[in-house]
Write a protein that binds this ligand. Structure first.
Ligand code: GRG
Length: 296
């Protein structure tokens, strides 16, 4: 199957699962649920759930009971975007070309929509449909690694470091630290969740973790490039807008051309980490390339 076809098919099955598990917009909580659903179904690429499913597939697992976990990852991601867009944080009015949650539902409801999605994610992670076929120890390990990845020494901590760094001259090491926590941790944890579900051995888990770290890095580097360039195709310019805004990014440190090489290197390392995996890992290899080539 063509990778593009794989991607849209996986996106569709994740959407179906989200539709199945997400609460209906009815009764006294209709507005709250509407706010959660508004952002959850606003056109995300579903990269994190697709990565979890692909990692499990790479280990020849039947992914049927991984869907609640896949949906939980998307709920967590959506919560982070809703909160990131709030006036107290990035203060963005648009996301994916649509008005942000707080613009439509008000600031207080957007905070609650984020909180609701985060909490609902843990309801899904411990859902009776979830993780059948793996041991209670493995279930706990999986939930623990996701909780860790999104907490104070993970995504939330990264966001805090990012806010503190605003307008400051920071080192490249510090930028890497922020990126690793803020963006990389959840992406890596998504791959690791699939790896635990797939019941690989520790060597396979370590290889998939290396893959996850490298695509997390590539994802953020490309995000920085998209911020500057709009797409990764145009190599003509050097670091400009972000450096002028005093925003620490890869292009601000290295210029666009070198940044693009660094993104490619991270993708190559990710693919190299999968050397002992067979053709079932092909979607993971393609996903690494896709992260480099994406334009949104
Ligand atoms: C507010 C707790 C809290 C955390 C915020 C993830 C994050 C931390 C902020 C998002 C800001 C941002 C644009 C980060 C760069 C990387 C990133 C997460 C991009 C968006 O992810 P995609 O491309 O989004 O997977 P889609 O739209 O496809 O869902």
């Amino acid at each position: 199957m063509e990778f593009k076809q794989y991607l849209s098919q996986q996106c569709a099955v994740v959407e179906q699962a989200l539709t199945r598990y997400m609460l209906p917009e009815e009764g006294p909580l209709a507005t709250h649920i509407k706010a959660m659903r508004y952002s959850l179904f606003a056109g995300g690429k579903r990269i994190r759930p697709i990565l979890a499913l692909a990692a499990a597939e790479a280990l020849h697992a039947d992914t049927q009971h991984l869907f609640p976990v896949a949906c939980a990852l998307e709920c967590i991601h959506t919560y982070s975007l809703i909160h990131d867009d709030l006036p107290a944080m990035d203060d963005d009015d648009l996301r994916r070309g649509k008005p942000t949650c707080h613009v439509v539902f008000g600031e207080a409801e957007a905070i609650l929509a984020g909180d609701g999605l985060l909490s609902f994610a843990f309801e899904l992670l411990s859902h009776p449909d979830a993780l059948q076929g793996i041991s209670p120890e493995a279930q706990l390990r999986l939930i623990n690694l996701i909780a860790k990845a999104i907490g104070p020494v993970g995504m939330v901590g990264g966001q805090s470091l990012d806010l503190a760094a605003e307008g400051q001259a920071i080192s490249f090491e510090h930028l890497r630290l922020i990126h690793g926590y803020k963006t990389g941790a959840l992406i890596t944890a998504s791959v690791q969740a699939g790896a635990i579900f797939g019941q690989g051995d520790e060597e396979q888990f370590a290889a998939l973790s290396r893959y996850g770290v490298q695509i997390g890095l590539a994802f953020q580097i490309v995000d920085d490039l998209l911020d500057v360039e709009g797409t990764t195709e145009d190599l003509g310019k050097t670091a400009g807008a972000d450096a002028q805004r005093n925003k620490a990014t890869y292009p601000a440190f290295f210029g666009v051309a070198k940044t693009k090489v660094m993104a490619r290197e991270a993708v190559d390392k990710a693919i190299a980490a999968l050397e002992n995996f067979d053709a079932k890992a092909e979607p993971l290899r393609d996903l690494a390339r896709y992260i480099y080539e994406r334009n949104k």
